[in-house]
Design a protein around this ligand. Structure first.
Ligand SMILES: *Cc1c(COP(=O)(O)O)cnc(C)c1O
Length: 344
């Protein structure tokens, strides 16, 4: 079984066997949406994307499962929901009139994220709008946690309670969902309603700072050494000469840079695995290359380099050192990085 399939199964088990919605927005956090979705389609109940174009891409790629679009419907894209059988998110009263007859939708309530959705006070008004708009098909209702990525947040409880109160107005809604990966990983005692929306978790990472060994990173990012040459003590490397060689040795040039998704903020911090040993990246990260100080090890060109993954620095390490989150590290990986799928 692939890592992604194992992670989905683990999340399902941990949530108390809830339905699974696989979030494959932003090209499945750069893992390639169509290829990820087609591999897991039979294992999940729903898929979600950020916008209509991403939904169309999945349909063009042959995906048949229900697809929830998390973004807002507009007059421009309303027809596409119908044409491509996408489920809309209704998060404002105007959306009830924008959507075309027969479109199915989920209602989105903002219980404290402060981003999209109706506010809790609108619950009764929204219920009446749903009843008045029988030309549309309401197939779900959801909300989104702001602080579930790390454990111990009272705000998770607050949002949960607000959502339960909203649900009191909607007796007959088929599908209720609120929990993301963090909610399942960090709040095991929470009622996760009917379905879990997981993006990062299925790819093998907990979203917050806490690391979880029950998830297995799916992605390994590799490159090869393009060039190796001797370097002398006192030599400087890369733009702005931020690194000076401490001892005579060897320097390897690797053909990946910030144009591929290595944050420039990781300059002089990143460590890569070559032949089972970690070596420091030195000097500023450039658009197309990074340089690695090998010390006295003379390693041949074309030797494999592990930039990210189980045997090198994980995306968690990247996020910690880059002062960002794993989501951003993943979505930074650019389209020119070749994806290979190994189904084991
Ligand atoms: C991105 C997103 C998710 C997935 O979050 P993960 O932390 O990757 O599990 C779930 N729900 C909504 C509304 C999202 O925007």
């Amino acid at each position: 079984m692939s890592a992604i399939s194992k992670n989905i199964q683990s999340i399902k088990n941990k949530s108390g066997n809830k339905k699974i919605l696989a979030v494959v927005k932003c090209d499945a956090y750069s893992h390639h949406a169509v290829r990820v979705a087609s591999r897991i389609e039979n294992q999940v109940d729903w898929l979600a994307v950020a916008n209509v174009d991403e939904g169309i891409e999945l349909r063009m790629g042959g995906i048949k499962k229900p697809i929830l679009v998390l973004g807002v419907p507009t007059y421009k894209n309303a027809a596409a929901y119908q044409t491509h059988n996408l489920t809309a998110t209704v998060s404002h009263r105007t959306h009830f009139s924008i959507l075309m007859d027969g479109t199915s939708y989920h209602i989105n309530f903002d219980t404290g994220m402060g981003r999209l959705g109706f506010v809790p006070e609108q619950a009764e008004e929204v219920r009446q709008l749903a009843v008045a708009n029988q030309r549309l098909i309401c197939s779900g209702i959801y909300s989104h946690y702001a602080t579930s990525d790390d454990p111990g947040s009272d705000y998770v409880q607050t949002q949960h309670e607000r959502f339960v109160k909203i649900l009191d107005h909607f007796g007959e809604i088929p599908l209720v969902h609120m929990s993301n990966t963090g909610a399942v990983a960090n709040y095991p005692n929470l009622n996760h309603f009917d379905m879990i929306r997981t993006g990062l978790g299925m790819l093998g990472y907990n979203p917050g700072e806490t690391r979880h060994d029950w998830l297995e990173p799916a992605l390994t990012w590799k490159s090869t050494i393009a060039q190796v040459r001797p370097i002398k003590k006192g030599d400087v490397v890369s733009y702005s000469s931020t690194w000076m060689c401490p001892e005579d040795g060897y320097l390897a040039t690797i053909p990946v840079g910030y144009g591929d998704g290595i944050p420039r903020s990781l300059s002089n911090k990143l460590k890569v695995n070559i032949g089972g040993k970690l070596y420091p990246q030195v000097g500023n990260v450039t658009m197309d290359y990074i340089m690695i100080y090998l010390g006295e090890d003379q390693i041949p060109t074309e030797q494999e380099v592990i930039l990210m993954g189980k045997n090198g620095w994980t995306a968690h390490d990247w996020a910690d050192q880059g002062k960002t989150n794993v989501h951003e590290i993943m979505t930074n990986i650019q389209g020119r990085v070749l994806r290979r799928f190994i189904d084991s």
